[in-house]
Each structure stands twice: as structure tokens, then as C-alpha cells.
Design a protein around this ligand. Structure first.
Ligand SMILES: O=C(O)CCC(=O)C(=O)O
Length: 303
């Protein structure tokens, strides 16, 4: 049976149709259509392509402080770039998206105007590459626990569609209302490459029949919370890349990590010379660019 709470809203009607705010808290996610314009998406997409090409020049996963590019070998496809963290230190177009006034208009009613950022991330699902982020809750990555307070009401993840997303090219999936289901035993049941996590969650007793595809047109923005079960999806098309730009925001007073993004409703520029402690513990002690050894901190894609 279809949910009685609507999950899709037009960005152009943000003020006149404010049901999206309650829908976000109620469902654990919401989709806002048409937040960015086609010409903007075109520019953003070209930056994605440049970073992809940069990643393909590296023999393996590359890290420079918070910036990292996850390079992998995919069976039958060869080398691919799976994702990248913190391009915004070096990319003005992508940087402008994360501090765009439209982001603040959306975040303001949810977490206010003093905001830090803990995720700035590009995701690619290359055609046929078996890439997926197995179904999980983002709380798994909010470590250490004590640095992240009042998770449920303080953290909002946003994902901007750069391509059209549909089930065929690995659109992310979401389980509506799953943020209200307690923690079950774990927040993460995905495992090996290509494992969307469904069988693991089913074994843990979760009813996945309500799982939905986050179908989006380029320029649409999905919002979800740290306890919402999401991920999965495989790109089975022969030729359609699926690009997603994720920016994760937090009410600043409830987080000890992250880059300031809006202070008192005003954008805060990044300081490349002094990157903040976010997920990479050695950000200030290992300042040179390097290839982390397989299995070392920073090689594993996170979210
Ligand atoms: O790119 C995707 O489809 C998955 C994204 C995701 O699950 C995450 O960033 O937490």
C-alpha cells in the first residue's frame, strides 16, 4: 500500500508547500525536485568527469589529507573510480554547491543556520561495475560516538543527482520510516563487492518489502537522516554512468568534527591550509599526498 505521506516536493514550491519538512522527519527522507538548473548540472557534471579522469591516472586509491579518490579494479570492467571525498578544497564549482543559498534554505528549517559539514563526496556507479554501498545507516560512519551528539535531529545528508537515477543504473534505495525502527543489532549488513546488503538485513529480521528506488532527474536533491536505512542498487546498464554529489550537514553545536559551512546563516569558505578533522585521523600529522596501503586507514570507502 502506498505511504500516505508524500515524499516528493518541488523546490520551486518550497515555501508554499511546506509539507516536505514534516515528511522528512516522518519518513526519514524526502526528495526535492529541481533544486539545481540544467546549466548548473552540466558544469557540475564536467567537474565530476575531470575528477574521474584524475582518479584514472592513479594506480590505486589516493589520499591527500581529507581529499581522497577511491580507485578500484572491477571484474570485467577494469579500473574504475568509485568515489571521492572533499573535492571542494580544490574545485570552485563543487565548492559553490555546498555553500549555495539554496542549501541553506533547505537546511535552515531542519537544523538552523549554524552548520558544519562532515561529508563532501562524489559517487560514481560505472556501468556494469558491481559497485554498491550495501544497505546501511550512516550512523555507522559517525565516529567516534562522543564527537557526534543528538544524531537523529542534528544530521542531514543530501544527495544531488547529476545524471538521471533509476533502478537500472543503480539509483540509491531507501526504506521509508526505517529511522524509527530502533537500531536492530547492527547498522550495516553489506559485505563483499556487489552485495547490496538485502539478504543480511533480511536475516536480521528486517522487512524490506517497502524498499523504494530514489528515482531522480538531474538537479533533484534527496535528503535522508543518519538512521534511515539506504544504499544498495547496482548499475546494470551497458553505458549509463550514475553520478551523485553528497553533502552531509550537521547542527554545529552537536558535532566536534567537520568544516564550518554556514555560521549564523552566512557561508564560511574552506581553508585549504588548515583542513579540519573529519574522518581522517592523520589529517594534520600526515600532510603529504600518498597512496595508502591496501587495508590502511583511508582506503575503505565510507559515507
Ligand atoms: O551512492 C549511493 O548510491 C549510495 C550512497 C550512500 O549510501 C551513502 O553515501 O551513504
Amino acid at each position: 500500500m502506498a505511504d500516505t505521506v508524500r515524499s516528493r516536493y518541488e523546490f520551486a514550491a518550497l515555501d508554499t508547500d511546506p509539507g516536505w519538512i514534516e515528511a522528512y522527519w516522518e519518513l526519514g527522507y524526502v526528495i526535492l525536485a529541481g533544486v539545481f538548473e540544467p546549466d548548473e548540472i552540466d558544469r557540475i557534471g564536467r567537474r565530476f568527469d575531470r575528477w574521474y579522469a584524475e582518479g584514472m591516472r592513479h594506480p590505486s586509491t589516493f589520499r591527500h589529507q581529507n581529499k581522497t579518490i577511491w580507485v578500484e579494479q572491477a571484474e570485467g570492467v577494469g579500473q574504475i573510480v568509485r568515489g571521492m571525498q572533499w573535492p571542494s578544497y580544490e574545485d570552485d564549482t563543487l565548492d559553490a554547491v555546498r555553500t549555495d543559498p539554496r542549501m541553506l534554505r533547505i537546511l535552515g528549517p531542519l537544523i538552523g543556520g549554524d552548520i558544519k559539514q562532515i561529508i563532501n563526496q562524489l559517487h560514481w556507479k560505472a556501468p556494469g561495475s558491481n559497485i554498491t554501498w550495501g544497505l546501511h545507516r550512516d550512523v555507522r560512519s559517525r565516529k567516534p560516538d562522543e564527537a557526534f551528539r543528538e544524531l537523529g535531529s542534528s544530521y542531514v545528508q543530501t544527495g544531488l543527482a547529476v545524471d538521471r537515477h533509476w533502478s537500472g543504473n543503480g539509483a540509491m534505495q531507501i526504506l521509508p520510516r526505517s529511522h524509527r525502527q530502533g537500531r536492530l543489532d547492527l547498522n550495516d549488513h553489506g559485505g563483499a563487492r556487489g552485495d547490496t546488503g538485502e539478504s543480511g538485513w533480511a536475516k536480521a529480521g528486517l522487512d524490506l518489502s517497502g524498499l523504494i528506488d530514489v528515482a531522480m532527474e538531474p538537479g533533484d536533491l534527496a535528503l535522508w537522516g543518519p538512521y534511515t536505512i539506504h544504499g544498495g542498487g547496482l548499475n546494470t546498464t551497458p553505458d549509463s554512468y550514475r553520478r551523485l554529489y553528497i553533502n552531509g550537514y550537521v547542527l554545529a553545536a552537536n558535532c566536534d568534527r567537520g568544516e564550518w559551512t554556514f555560521r549564523n546563516g552566512q557561508p564560511v569558505p574552506l581553508n585549504q591550509a588548515e583542513p579540519a578533522l573529519i574522518q581522517y585521523e592523520q589529517v594534520r600529522t600526515r600532510t603529504e599526498a600518498h597512496y595508502p596501503e591496501l587495508g590502511a586507514a583511508g582506503t575503505k570507502p565510507s559515507d
